[in-house]
Design a protein around this ligand. Structure first.
Ligand code: ADP
Ligand code: MG
Length: 326
């Protein structure tokens, strides 16, 4: 089972940022309102993700590290409508097979937290408020070949920040902080109210800069059961960067050709292709019409009807870009 986990890990964990993504997913699934990520050496030496979510009961700590242990799906039908980020129960087992891991957690009813050492299985009581801290040390220690493929700490750190950014842009109701080598390098405060348009705008401005927000237009377009919201940026050509394209489907960050192409087409039609598209687009749709179980990292999706989605996104962005600006 260790070997199978290591093979699965190869698909799920490419670099420290993959671990960050999975752990933040879990924190959000647990209902966290504050997520703190601590890194050392770009995440290679340490990734610790701390949340104030529901916690893991003592008896389930060891289970959580087992392959295909998930508390999130209880029937095949659930797969049609997964509302959680995780559902395959592979991430923790995979990470545990390629790094030194510890789980530290306290649920509402506990008087203290329990810490489980992933390698020895040792369980001991520790002090902590409600929530979970997952610590991952020395990623790829047992697979020097994989470790060799990692880039410099600065590059790995940038990827880790990007992973948190992707979560932050879709959850303005959650606060995020990133520390590296003991220094606070990013902090995005939670909106006090709901995750409404104002909260989204504020978060966009915090994460990508107020300038981008000022030079963007709101996207809000419905087509049948599809709803596309977000912001399309129209910054100076010189300032636009290729890495500022964020697309989400039902709250999940995705990298998808249909969405990218649709947005790009809209920019070409309206702005005649002179600008690098910059956007954060949120597609809300019937979960039964999109398959998120395509790839272990769940970053790819498959639409039942990709033409329908393409058209909606293209029209959404076209309408926004073409609307008269104040
Ligand atoms: P999945 O997210 O697909 O269920 P994971 O391997 O990521 O699988 O996590 C395994 C299980 O561990 C989860 O189903 C959940 O029950 C528990 N878990 C992991 N991280 C947390 C967390 N931060 N807070 C509460 N429970 C967690
Ligand atoms: Mg998970």
């Amino acid at each position: 089972d260790e070997l199978i986990s290591q093979i699965a890990a190869g698909e799920v964990v490419e670099r420290p940022a993959s671990v960050v993504r999975e752990l933040v997913d879990n924190a959000l699934d647990a209902g966290a309102t504050q997520v703190t990520v601590r890194l050392q050496a770009g995440g290679v030496r340490l990734i610790a993700v701390e949340d104030d979510g529901s916690g893991i009961p003592r008896d389930e700590l060891a289970v959580a590290l087992r392959r295909h242990a998930t508390s999130k799906i209880s029937s095949l039908q659930d797969l049609e409508s997964v509302g959680t980020m995780g559902f395959r129960g592979e991430a923790l087992a995979a990470i545990n097979s390629i790094a030194d891991m510890s789980l530290l957690s306290r649920t509402e009813g506990d008087s203290h937290a329990w810490q489980l050492d992933g390698r020895s299985g040792e369980l001991k009581p520790v002090a902590r408020s409600r929530g979970t801290t997952v610590e991952v040390r020395e990623l790829f220690y047992a697979t020097p070949a994989r470790r060799k493929f990692l880039k410099t700490d600065a590059t790995e750190l940038a990827h880790c920040i990007e992973a948190v950014r992707r979560h932050a842009l879709v959850r303005p109701d959650v606060g995020f902080a990133i520390w590296h080598e003991g220094k606070l390098i990013e902090q995005w405060r939670a909106s006090d109210g709901a995750a409404d348009q104002n909260a989204h705008d504020q978060r966009l401005s915090d994460v990508l800069g107020s300038e981008l927000l000022a030079q963007s237009v709101a996207v809000d377009y419905r087509s049948g059961a599809l709803h596309v919201t977000g912001r399309a940026g129209i910054p100076d050509a010189a300032r636009a960067r290729a890495d500022q394209q964020f697309a989400y489907v039902n709250g999940r960050y995705v990298r998808d050709k249909v969405l990218t192409h649709a947005a790009r087409s809209a920019y070409e039609d309206v702005l005649h292709g002179h600008r690098q598209p910059v956007y954060a687009l949120y597609v809300a749709m019937d979960p039964a019409r999109v398959d998120v179980n395509v790839h272990p990292t769940k970053i790819e999706v498959r639409f039942r009807d990709s033409r329908e989605v393409h058209q909606a996104v293209r029209h959404a962005v076209e309408n926004a870009l073409a609307a008269p600006r104040a």
